[in-house]
Ligand binder design. Sequence first.
Ligand code: GNR
Ligand code: NI
Length: 171
Amino acid sequence: MAIRRILTVPDPLLKTVSKPVEGGVTDAHRALMDDMLETMYDAPGVGLAAIQIGVPLRIIVMDIAPKDAPREPRYFVNPEIVWASEELKSWEEGCLSVPEIYDDVERPARVKLRYLDYHGAVVEEDAEGLFAVCIQHEMDHLEGVVFIDHLSRLKRDSAIRKVRKAQRIEA
Ligand code: GNR
Ligand code: NI
């Protein structure tokens, strides 16, 4: 396993529409998911999409277990939202690709998902709360969308400027 570098805005790769995994989940995909999970725990974050480490495949890892609770890694390959509630909910989001920026985003409160798990089995699952927020945030990444794209242009531009500036200082 290896920790990979997480891309940050305005890296144009983050705008990529990721491609479905074809022909089932292989050991190479599982090795990628292992690296993604290690990278996510190291960051730390509660979710990570493959494109955030520069791999344009429709793969997500997540762990929304409370701090200090046992780890509960989850893996989503080719996830689809098959139903979304009309009811919306606003949640303060952050993103490892937009470090230290937090703002409210409104999304469906509940969704029904279909995806392949770590072993390639088809799973259908209902999501609400942080799980629903996180999977929709990650699935946006698969479409090349970052949470700041849901904000006003003023807030988005300000966020990108702050990230660039912080990285100039780090470098
Ligand atoms: O670690 C993360 N926390 C988070 C908090 C609220 C809503 C979404 C997220 S996802 C984020 C990790 C990340 O950037 N995933 O793409
Ligand atoms: Ni993100």
